[in-house]
Design a protein around this ligand. Structure first.
Ligand code: NOJ
Ligand code: CA
Length: 700
């Protein structure tokens, strides 16, 4: 007996020293794990080259011994998984979830506690998470900091935004890793930062490129009951260290075993296109939890929205600010503003336009009481999500929209008061069901109430999930703005059809975004899930809408069309005014035609920061749509139509920049060409600075 146990402990010590490995099914990736001097350490190899140097793993805990050292390996289990599943909506019809797994149980002898690290190695990268099994010496615990390293092998180029506990609405900076620290202050001050971490902390999904042309993406998957992770460079400037979002007390995660963390992910390839085509993030999420998701449908919508964003119209009913009064505002005695856009007659015009052009839904913002407080003296303003302004007739609009076969999209601006929202949520969702609202755009502008909580902290992560689950009970689809960036949860809850969680089109009316912004977002923000980017602006000069707004959209009109293909989302808005579209009905035709749901997706050209060209085949149809987004340089895109069906001939309608188009000086210079095309044809299309193109390819 003694001999056996001695043998066992010798083997376990040996196990701890010799690396334990697991490879991807195609053998491109090798994950090595070992315990070095008691410290759990992993390393990642891609095509025989190290891409993550030995990196340590663990936790600092509050009021108890850390989970950092003193570990030995107790058990190792290896397994394989291979399954193909169908997303409710998506970029492709079927997704293969194929990986080799290694689950390592670690024992920290002194504290008599256990921790498990589960690695999954896919053909496109690695996911790993920490698990805390049920055990006597670990029940309820508080994380002080997660200590997961990602040690880079060189001074890679990174496409990054500053770490911030409350917002992702930043323009990207492209720089070397070693430059991040020095560029950080500039990146923060030139943006709408809220609570930046400073130092050299960046947000995920983080995209990088090595000098050898390897593309590496770091992110997380299935962020549930845990704070959002950012990455902080250490003093060497090349090793990232996880930093979690604190709660109001500065703690970083309240845990109760059995529990686990989200997955930490590394997607890598020598082809940029593979990063865009990776399904690793979705695969690391749980299967669909909604038993019958047939009510979840992609949505193309217009909205009473861009008017307010440009400053032409107002959300608030009144320009007078009654918030200094005590008690409820008496709107019957309050002067209505001419600028209040959410009024019955005006909303009917939008419904007419939606109905005429085949849109699914109309979003209306500024319909409910409370906005005047926000613009007034009071900093705390809260909504009840039930009480319309006097000029917004809920029942009349419900019936009118129904008669026109158009749904209404609800708007719930929570003003960051998440507790207030939770208190009203059942009534608010029931009100939607009663009045023909099938989806909700929610928002969390401003500091979070309860005070001290952060948009990306564990408390708010739980809140967003609560809303999505609650909405599913009412068969409501959710599009949450200002929420934590997505991590593939839409696989489990496909009623989460959109998120903002990045710098969207609205910033084009607040001074503009870098012209290369939409060549980076698909490599970063979109890795976790779709974005409600709200493209389709055809009038680039904001002075035409509001004499006080001199912002200009830094895009050509042709590129605005391309975004419906390049910025994948089952939820797509046509943001501009109906009257603008009426002036360009030829170009508007593309927005009407473009599909929202896909059987196939191909990346034809891609380089982060420079350009991306996608081709997608409409779900259940033979129509293809191509979109190309270009950075600030003029370029020519060369694509081959070898994805078409050889047995068919097609009509291609090409919406492209004219030769003298330029996002600054001549953004509306587009031209439309129709021609017959067939499989194997070559196309060469000019893209202006800040330009791009869109093509619909329809069988004859
Ligand atoms: C910010 C959102 O991104 C925007 O779309 C919305 O109109 C405003 N908040 C008001 O809720
Ligand atoms: Ca560029």
């Amino acid at each position: 007996m003694k001999k056996i146990s001695l043998l066992l402990s010798l083997t376990l010590i040996a196990l701890s020293v010799i690396a334990q490995s697991v490879q991807s099914p195609n053998k491109n990736f090798t994950l090595n794990f070992n315990v070095q001097n008691g410290v759990p350490t992993y390393q990642l190899i891609y095509k025989n080259k190290v891409i993550i140097k030995p990196s340590t793993m663990g936790f600092e805990l509050k009021d108890e011994e850390d989970f950092l050292k003193g570990f030995t390996i107790l058990d190792i289990e290896q397994s394989t998984f291979d399954e193909t599943w169908q997303p409710v909506w998506g970029e492709v019809k079927e997704i293969r979830n194929h990986y080799n797994e290694m689950a390592v149980t670690l024992s920290q002898e002194e504290s008599a506690r256990k921790m498990l690290i589960r690695f999954r190695v896919f053909d496109d990268g690695l996911g790993f998470r920490y698990e805390f099994p049920e055990q006597q010496k670990l029940t309820y615990f508080i994380i002080k900091e997660e200590r997961t390293q990602f040690a880079m092998v060189g001074n890679h180029t990174a496409y990054w935004i500053p770490g911030d506990h409350d917002t992702q609405e930043y323009d990207y900076t492209t720089s070397r890793l070693l430059e991040i620290k020095n560029l950080m202050d500039k990146a923060i001050t030139s943006n709408a930062s809220q609570s930046p971490i400073r130092g050299a902390a960046v947000q995920t999904s983080l995209m990088m490129k090595t000098d050898k042309g390897l593309y590496i993406n770091l992110h997380e998957a299935a962020l549930v009951e845990y704070p959002c992770m950012h990455l902080q460079l250490d003093d060497t400037g090349l090793t990232f260290q996880s930093v979690l979002t604190p709660d109001a007390q500065g703690n970083k995660g309240h845990m109760q075993a059995p529990r686990h963390t989200p997955w930490r992910t590394v997607i890598a390839s020598d082809k940029a296109a593979d990063i865009l085509m990776s399904h690793l993030t979705l695969n690391l999420n749980e299967p669909c939890a909604i038993e019958d998701p047939s009510w979840i449908k992609p949505v193309k919508y217009i909205g009473v929205w861009w008017e307010m964003i440009t400053g032409k119209s107002s959300w608030a009913y009144t320009e007078d600010v009654p918030s200094v009064q005590l008690g409820k505002t008496d709107f019957s005695k309050t002067k209505r503003s001419e600028r209040h856009a959410a009024n019955t007659e005006h909303v009917k015009e939008y419904i007419d336009f939606a109905s005429k052009h085949g849109f699914d839904a109309v979003l209306v913002e500024g319909w409910n009481e409370g906005w005047e407080d926000w613009f007034g003296k009071s900093k705390d303003y809260v909504f009840d999500f039930l009480t319309p302004y006097p000029d917004f007739n809920v029942v009349e609009l419900r019936d009118y929209a129904k008669s026109k076969n158009v749904q209404l999209m609800m708007h719930h601006e929570t003003s960051g008061s998440a507790r207030n929202y939770e208190r009203h949520i059942d009534k608010a969702y029931q009100f939607m069901v009663d009045n023909n609202y099938t989806s909700v755009k929610s928002g969390y502008v401003g500091d979070i109430i309860p005070r001290g909580e952060k948009h990306y902290g564990q408390w708010m992560v739980n809140h967003y999930m609560y809303c999505v689950k609650k909405a599913a009970e009412y068969k409501i689809m959710v599009n949450a703005h200002e929420a934590v960036r997505p991590t593939g949860l839409c696989r489990t809850y496909p009623n989460l059809i959109g998120n903002e969680s990045a710098r969207g089109t609205e910033f084009e009316a607040f001074g503009g975004s870098n012209p290369d912004h939409t060549t980076i977002l698909p490599f970063t923000r979109l890795i976790g899930g779709p974005m409600d980017y709200t493209p389709g602006v055809f009038e680039m000069d904001m002075l035409t809408r509001n004499p006080k707004n001199d912002s200009k959209v830094r895009s050509t009109l042709a590129r605005q069309l391309a975004l419906y293909v390049t910025m994948y989302s089952p939820l797509q808005m046509a943001a501009d005014f109906p009257e603008t579209y009426n002036k360009h009905l030829d170009a508007f035709q593309f927005i009407k035609d473009v599909a929202l749901d896909w059987d196939e997706t191909l990346v034809l050209e891609a380089e982060p920061g420079d350009f991306i060209t996608y081709a997608r085949k409409e779900k259940g149809a033979d129509n293809w749509f191509v979109g190309r987004t270009n950075d600030e340089e003029a370029r020519t895109s060369k694509i081959k139509l070898d994805f078409l069906d050889a047995k068919k001939t097609y009509i291609a309608t090409i919406y492209r920049d004219q030769k003298d188009a330029h996002h600054k000086t001549n953004p509306k210079a587009y031209e439309i060409e129709q021609r017959d095309v067939k499989k194997g044809d070559d196309l060469s299309v000019f893209c202006a600075p800040g330009g791009g193109y869109a093509i619909s390819i329809i069988p004859k």
